[in-house]
Write a protein that binds this ligand. Structure first.
Ligand code: UDP
Length: 318
């Protein structure tokens, strides 16, 4: 065994893929999840793998683990706007108190710490594409602030532990990511559009659909996180991880309708407050430090995601 990793949010979309990857690489993995937005379905297949342990736990409570821990990956947090708007206070607690508790654990265990941060720290950006050096433009009292400001606080807290206690901290600013194990009903654009297109319902485009996002397939993101977590010499680094290929939301709707040969039309709905106009990562730093870049074309990633959604839909899953 190469060491023990804790993945908070281990039953979530990204967390469950990370558990799988670290197990495959020969690590022991302890997944913690409150199951607020995560699901045991995502990790059911891991229970029979050697070295895997699941603890149903809300990391806003004091965390005690007996084992030695080498790496902590703090991924617990509702990440879909629909989810964090539904759970605003819990979102803030898991990014503040949950981050404090997991950093405290990292200090006690002398473990490396990787924080799952987000492109939302840039808010509705005036700089495009967004490099790590950009400080962002966030509305501190808008509805999205429960996520944006909490993640900004989490970054500040992680850096404080790094500076004051010498914890080996790494911060991943994760841009829009998609793939199997997203919840069909999680409310984000790709699950919504695929579900709607499969049912022949109209795709709900918010605003005029000219706002942009850049979508990274889950396997590419996991590769980036794995490198950021395991490479030496990245102490105190913050890195954007995402795919710099940018699409408008209306383009994405057309791509999904075409891919599924769907009869769906498009309906326009109001743009949510503070919805960022443009988003695209500058990944120069990750390319240099991790020798990483996304390799999965959008159509290929979408095809794999559609397969998963079809299967889940037939099983009656969410
Ligand atoms: N969006 C949309 N229709 C939907 C869901 C989302 O037009 O059914 C838009 C949303 O307004 C945003 C973009 O798609 O501009 C991405 O939204 P998502 O919820 O996936 O994540 P975000 O990038 O905003 O965190």
């Amino acid at each position: 065994m190469r060491g023990t990793v804790i993945v908070t949010g281990g039953a979530g979309f990204i967390g469950s893929h990370l558990c799988e990857r670290f197990l495959r690489e020969g690590f022991r993995v302890i997944a913690m999840d409150s199951l607020l937005t995560g699901s045991l379905d995502n990790i059911a297949h891991l229970f029979e793998m050697e070295g895997f342990k699941f603890i149903k736990y809300d990391v806003t409570n004091f965390i005690y683990v007996k084992e030695d821990i080498d790496i902590i990956l703090h991924f617990a947090c509702p990440a879909s706007p629909a989810d964090y708007l539904k759970h605003p206070i819990h979102t803030m607690k898991v990014d503040s108190i949950g981050t404090l508790n997991t950093l405290g654990l990292a200090k006690a265990k002398k473990a490396r710490y990787l924080l799952a941060s987000t492109s939302e720290v840039y808010g509705d950006p005036e700089v495009h594409p967004q490099p790590e050096s950009y400080w962002g433009r966030v509305n501190p009292i808008g509805p999205r602030s429960v996520y944006d400001e909490a993640k900004r606080f989490a970054e500040a807290m992680a850096m404080a532990y790094h500076r004051e206690h010498g914890i080996d901290v790494r911060i991943a600013r994760i841009f829009n990511t998609y793939g199997p194990r997203m919840r069909l009903d999680d409310g984000r654009v790709i699950p919504n559009f695929i579900t709607q297109a499969l049912r022949g319902e109209p795709l709900t485009v918010y605003g005029d659909g000219s706002q942009t996002r850049s979508f990274c397939y889950i396997d590419d993101l996991v590769e980036g996180i794995y490198r950021l977590a395991t490479y030496d010499g990245l102490n105190g680094e913050v890195l954007n991880l995402g795919n710099p290929e940018e699409y408008s939301v209306i383009e994405l709707a057309r791509i999904i309708i075409d891919l599924l040969k769907s009869s769906s039309s498009v309906v326009y709905k109001p743009l949510p407050q503070d919805d960022p106009r443009r988003r695209r990562p500058d990944i120069t730093k990750a390319m240099k430090l991790l020798n990483w870049r996304p390799i999965t074309p959008l159509l290929e990633g979408l095809t794999r995601t559609v397969e998963y959604f079809r299967r889940r839909g037939k099983e009656g899953g969410k």
